[in-house]
Design a protein around this ligand. Structure first.
Ligand SMILES: Cc1cc2nc3c(=O)[nH]c(=O)nc-3n(C[C@H](O)[C@H](O)[C@H](O)COP(=O)(O)O)c2cc1C
Length: 214
């Protein structure tokens, strides 16, 4: 019989701050690792790693991420307010340490591209920079921002205006083999993982077990 550690709501409230941050950040499981690229009106580029990117809908193609409250300077949020554009760049096994470094609080005038050695790349569609090292990346135009009353975090919703995926990873049915691209996953706040596929399954219907389709 497995034994479980247990926390009540008040136990969670009483935890030491750093411990609680690590514990609670682990609860949502494996998350995506993405670099959000933005630019300010003076042309200073910005990168921030985020693990909260979610799919919101396929038609229209919408992506959202959660930005921490702007109780301190938030360069990504400021740049979004000024330009309305961002890029999302999946982090891979070849750039995960540089990607992590973008979470450091650099001054506004410093572009994270410089200290991390990541390479900015631009397209005609979007003023925000792409990360050249990323193998799956897309540009979004902000269509909505929702400040969540519960804790002041901001849900940024973007409509995909352009998508770029490195060669050979897109299957005939549109499925993208992000494992082949070396895309990494995040757990907690600071742990990065390679992935290993268990399998793909057919669309689930009542009455018949889904079959393997890989
Ligand atoms: C693995 C990891 C995931 C993160 N995920 C988020 C996130 O989803 N939302 C967020 O606002 N910050 C997240 N952060 C923190 C930002 O990267 C950090 O606050 C960054 O300095 C923000 O930069 P900015 O002020 O240029 O926007 C994460 C940090 C790490 C290390």
């Amino acid at each position: 019989m497995e034994t479980f550690q247990y926390w009540s709501a008040s136990d969670l409230d009483d935890l030491e701050q750093r411990y609680r941050v690590n514990l609670v950040n682990s609860l949502s499981g494996f998350k995506s690792a993405n670099l959000i690229g933005t630019i300010d009106p003076a042309g200073v580029t910005n990168l921030a790693i985020v693990s909260s990117v979610v799919h919101l809908g396929a038609s229209p193609p919408l992506i959202a991420f959660i930005n921490r409250p702007d109780t301190v300077e938030r360069h990504t949020l400021d740049n979004l307010a000024a330009t309305g554009w961002f890029t999302v760049n999946q982090v891979n096994v070849d750039c995960w340490q540089q990607a992590h470094q973008t979470s450091a609080r650099y001054p506004r005038a410093v572009s994270e591209f410089e200290p991390t050695g990541l390479t900015a790349e631009f397209s005609e569609t979007c003023p925000a920079p792409y990360v050249a090292e990323s193998r799956l990346r897309y540009a979004c135009q902000v269509v909505e921002e929702q400040r969540l009353a519960v804790n002041g975090t901001v849900m940024v919703i973007g409509r995909i205006a352009e998508l770029q995926i490195a060669g050979g990873a897109v299957g005939r049915d549109g499925y993208v083999d992000i494992e082949a691209l070396g895309t990494v996953a995040v757990s907690g706040l600071d742990s990065y993982h390679r992935t290993r596929r268990l399998g793909r399954l057919s669309y689930a219907k009542p009455g018949a077990p889904a079959r393997r389709i890989d």
